[in-house]
Design a binder for this molecule. Structure first.
Ligand SMILES: *Cc1c(COP(=O)(O)O)cnc(C)c1O
Length: 392
């Protein structure tokens, strides 16, 4: 089923339900089995070494039938040719970045990207003679200006997951292609349901599948999608040699999460848009950072790049010190206090952000609250939020 030409690609819901699966291989089982094994054996030495059939497997660090189904679904959802699962979002991100740099190379990256990604680029890669220039990134000219003759990689996160800055994907892909630069984007926030960067010309899409793809806060996982050519080199090098694979059981849980991805994303969107709009009008709230609202600073990009918006937003209170932020979050009853997001549960966490990220002249950090709306109704979380805002 995964060999259909692109024009015959089914809808995303059908991909989630059926793509990459062949029940005749698994005794008719509706759910593919978990191939929880490290190796595969062969009847003869010749079968193992010379006459490998398309249906033969070797070793789970290289390939695994359960993981393969999950990868086929994600590649199809992202409109790419090939996907590879990793043991975490960071394993996927670091492997993809490493596949595109060598000593002496230069990277341009969006400064508001995920913290450990920034640390990997800024500090860790420096040990290997790779340098990074960070840009605010909302205007394509900043990338053009930061580009050096030895730049090999543009690293994007759009929308970025703290302040939701967006980058112009088609424009950056155009600049990059002109200069032989590879583009990578972290698409965890929108998920493939709401944004497909490959359609805009981006080379590699990475996800923390710990978030929406898994969706149930029970796995840590990552995935990378791209063209067959680019992915083959990356899989053979960083995939096989660094070996940060996803365990078959976690692949199976991700596959199970993906079956409900479209309806989960729809529900996250519906609840979050409603609550974000109510918060935007609330007298105790200074502003909300979340694409698509009336205060969206980049409505053109939202319209061009996003088909929808997910469940994570950042709230800035009028009374914006650390104490009121802590008081507000500590008073919430239905929101867990925790750092992740993308699961069924609602979460809240006070975080201080550099003023510059919020287009403020202040050099002091600004306290905000990062909130994820899970799969609850609007009513219960909203009543909870309204009650908690009374103590601010
Ligand atoms: C969580 C996260 C990651 C890292 O993913 P892990 O699965 O925790 O390694 C990367 N990017 C973004 C935007 C994230 O939120």
């Amino acid at each position: 089923m995964d060999s259909l030409p692109p024009e015959e690609m089914p809808d995303q819901e059908t991909i989630c339900a059926h793509w990459g699966e062949d029940r005749t291989r698994y005794l008719g089982a509706v759910i593919p089995p978990i191939f929880q094994n490290s190796l595969f054996t062969n009847p003869t030495c010749e079968d193992r070494n010379e006459n490998r059939s398309v249906d033969s497997y070797d070793y789970t660090r290289i390939e695994n039938p359960t993981t393969e189904i999950t990868e086929a679904k994600i590649a199809a959802l992202e409109k790419g040719e090939r996907a590879r699962c990793f043991g975490s979002g960071m394993a996927a991100i670091s492997s993809t970045i490493l596949s595109q740099v060598k000593a002496g190379d230069h990277v341009v990256a969006v400064e508001t990207c995920y913290g450990p990604t920034r640390d990997f680029l800024k500090r860790y890669l420096q040990r290997f003679g790779v340098t990074t220039t960070f840009v605010q990134g909302n205007r394509p000219e900043e990338w053009e200006d930061a580009r050096l003759p030895n730049t090999t990689l543009f690293y994007l996160e759009s929308p970025s997951t703290f302040v939701f800055h967006q980058q112009d994907l088609a424009a950056l892909a155009g600049i990059a292609r002109e200069h032989g630069i590879t583009t990578v984007i972290d698409n965890s926030w929108a998920s493939p349901i709401f944004q497909n960067p490959i359609e805009h010309g981006i080379d590699f899409v990475v996800h923390s599948a710990t978030k929406y793809l898994g969706g149930h806060s029970d796995i840590v996982a990552g995935v990378v999608v791209g063209t067959k050519e680019k992915m083959t080199a990356m899989i053979q090098n960083e995939g096989h040699l660094l070996g940060g694979i996803l365990d078959p059981f976690a692949s199976w849980l991700m596959m199970r999460g993906i079956r409900t991805l479209p309806i989960r994303m729809e529900r996250h969107q519906q609840t979050t848009v409603e609550i974000a709009n109510r918060l935007l009008r609330h007298p105790k709230v200074e502003t909300i950072y979340y694409p698509g609202l009336a205060n969206d600073p980049q409505p053109d990009l939202t319209a061009r790049q996003l088909r929808g918006t997910s469940g994570l937003m950042t709230v800035r209170l009028k009374n914006q010190g650390k104490e009121p932020s802590y008081r507000f979050v500590n008073s919430l009853k239905y929101f867990g206090i925790g750092c992740s997001w993308g699961g069924f549960e609602s979460l809240a966490l006070p975080i201080s952000l550099p003023g510059r990220w919020l287009f403020e002249p202040e050099t002091n950090p600004i306290w905000t609250i990062r909130m994820h709306l899970g799969l609850e109704s609007v009513n219960d979380p909203w009543n909870d939020i309204e009650r908690a805002l009374c103590v601010v």
